[in-house]
Design a protein around this ligand. Structure first.
Ligand code: NAI
Length: 327
């Protein structure tokens, strides 16, 4: 067994938290030989519920769970952490204006960014799940000036996995036989699920489905899948979101498969004409714990228009939160 690493999870008593913590503790994220110490952050009123979750974690007697810290203090939650999954956020409520949503999340992600800056390991890997995920990640990043900006990422992996599942269903293949799907841009309905480089059983995906299905069914289905789950379940995606968060962190820690890539929202470095300054969904590969944006892909006019639309939305979100950035 290796030495334990510290993994922070915020919103730990929420529904994604409940689907996530047990899998991290069981070794699904970092492997069966990597013990973890969980650092769980909640708001004060949720601490009793969180205590119940801690009791259940202990009752699982996981060989890979080396300890649990449960707190309502971000400075304690992020102390020396190697990984941070920021799940707790303020989703849009009825009648809530966009400005109110961004303000409410600023009040969460600015102090959490500062606490990470002050207390986390210098190579901490941060994944923001709480919506609006890309812009919440940007707020946290901009309040952590002493950390490498590349420490901050947001989750588009659920969208990526949803794209795999839709394409598998359509072609009769297994998701494991599909490679090189990309989610560009924002984790919102402007995201662009791109199949131009994708293959199914080694052959180009777009030669196996017709363009009308791709444009008029596949893209909107992936974009609207979150809403469809809410309609069916009466609650937002939780187990699939937790599973995607584990996939994102596992690939970041242990690497992507040879001959494939994944989708992660990472700080733009100017690739594909996206100006630096937003957290943008890109095709990425990971090697030796470092991610790299896949370069040199041909982008046709169909794709470019959709990449531009999601870029525009992220820039507008950024303009709405710039006052929350540390000076
Ligand atoms: P939930 O409401 O069940 O749980 C959220 C938890 O966060 C609550 O227990 C709440 O007390 C806690 N919380 C709120 N403010 C906090 C703070 N400042 N510090 C620590 N904890 C705090 O929500 P659920 O279903 O677990 O979803 C969490 C977030 O994930 C939502 O914003 C949701 O929209 C988002 N989400 C993102 C997805 C993605 O693909 N990026 C997919 C699905 C959900």
């Amino acid at each position: 067994m290796k030495a334990p690493v510290r993994v922070a999870v915020t919103g730990a008593a929420g529904q994604i938290g409940y689907a996530l913590l047990f899998r991290i503790a069981a070794g699904d994220m970092l492997g069966p030989d990597q013990p973890v110490i969980l650092h769980l952050l909640e708001i004060t009123p949720a601490l009793p519920a969180l205590q119940g979750v801690v009791m259940e974690l202990n009752d699982c007697a996981f060989p890979t769970l080396a300890g649990v810290v449960a707190t309502d203090d971000a400075n304690v939650a992020f102390k020396d952490v190697d990984y941070a999954l920021l799940v707790g956020s303020r989703p849009r409520g009825p009648g809530m204006e966009r400005k109110d949503l961004l303000e409410a999340n600023g009040a969460i992600f600015a102090p959490q960014g500062k606490a990470l800056n002050d207390h986390a390991k210098r190579d901490v890997r941060v994944l923001v799940v709480g919506n609006p995920a890309n812009t919440n990640a940007l707020i946290a990043q901009q309040n952590a000036p002493d950390l490498d900006p590349k420490c901050f990422t947001a989750m588009v992996r659920l969208d990526h996995n949803r794209a795999l599942s839709q394409l598998a269903e359509k072609t009769g293949a297994h998701t494991a036989e599909i490679k090189k799907v990309t989610i560009w841009g924002n984790h919102s309905s402007t995201q662009y699920p791109d199949l131009h480089q994708a293959s199914v059983k080694g052959k180009p995906a777009l030669e196996q489905v017709d363009q009308t299905w791709y444009a008029d069914t596949f893209i909107p289905t992936v974009q609207q899948r979150g809403a469809a789950i809410i309609k069916a379940r009466g609650a937002s995606s939780a187990a699939s979101a937790a599973s995607a968060a584990i996939d994102h962190m596992r690939d970041w820690a242990l690497g992507t498969a040879e001959g494939d890539w994944t989708s992660m929202a990472v700080p733009s470095d100017g690739s594909y004409g996206i100006e630096p300054g937003v957290i943008f969904g890109y095709p990425v590969t990971v090697k030796d714990g470092k991610y790299a944006i896949v370069q040199g892909l041909a982008i046709n006019a169909f794709s470019q228009a959709r990449i531009d639309a999601t870029d525009k939305e992220l820039r507008e979100e950024r303009a709405g939160v710039e006052h929350l950035f540390a000076k």
